[in-house]
Design a protein around this ligand. Structure first.
Ligand code: AMP
Ligand code: ZN
Length: 135
């Protein structure tokens, strides 16, 4: 636990939140500034700033918590779909330095975009040139 981390404190239930789902390792609660009805954040209770910092043995429990949270939202709010993802590091918009998955329930005609609307700036390298960097 990181005593100065707001999401660690929420995970320890020192700061109140509106719980959507909870198990031993995971807590899901409503975002205080929702971008969609039922916008929820899911955190591992252990402090990890990004996915890279979450130990591999914690990944399964975290992902299962995400699935269970989505099932709860589906049952309670009957959305027509979801966007699910996280902001990793400041460059990608991360504000709270404790890994959290955003779950955006989506409703037909809600006016939102897809993941593709987050960024549209592929740079000057061709896909072939980028692919070569992985070889
Ligand atoms: P991010 O930009 O990915 O770091 O998102 C942080 C999210 O946490 C934002 O959507 C905030 O509205 C949300 N948030 C911050 N503090 C709280 C809180 N005390 N309870 C619920 N959500 C919070
Ligand atoms: Zn933390």
């Amino acid at each position: 636990m990181n005593t100065t981390c707001i999401f660690c404190r929420i995970g320890k239930r020192e700061i109140p939140c509106d719980i959507v789902y909870e198990d031993k390792e995971t807590l899901a609660f409503l975002d205080i500034k929702p971008h969609a009805k039922g916008h929820t954040v899911v955190i591992p209770k252990v402090h990890a700033e990004t996915l890279f910092d979450l130990p591999n043995e914690k990944i399964n429990a975290f992902f299962l918590g995400i699935k269970r949270t989505m099932e709860r939202i589906q049952k309670a709010l009957q959305p027509d779909g979801f966007n699910v993802g996280w902001n990793q590091n400041q460059a990608a918009g991360q504000v709270v330095p404790h890994l959290h998955m955003h779950i955006f329930p989506r409703y037909r005609g809600d006016g939102g975009g897809s993941m593709h609307s987050i960024i549209s700036n592929p740079g000057t390298m061709s896909v072939t040139e980028v692919a070569a960097l992985f070889k």
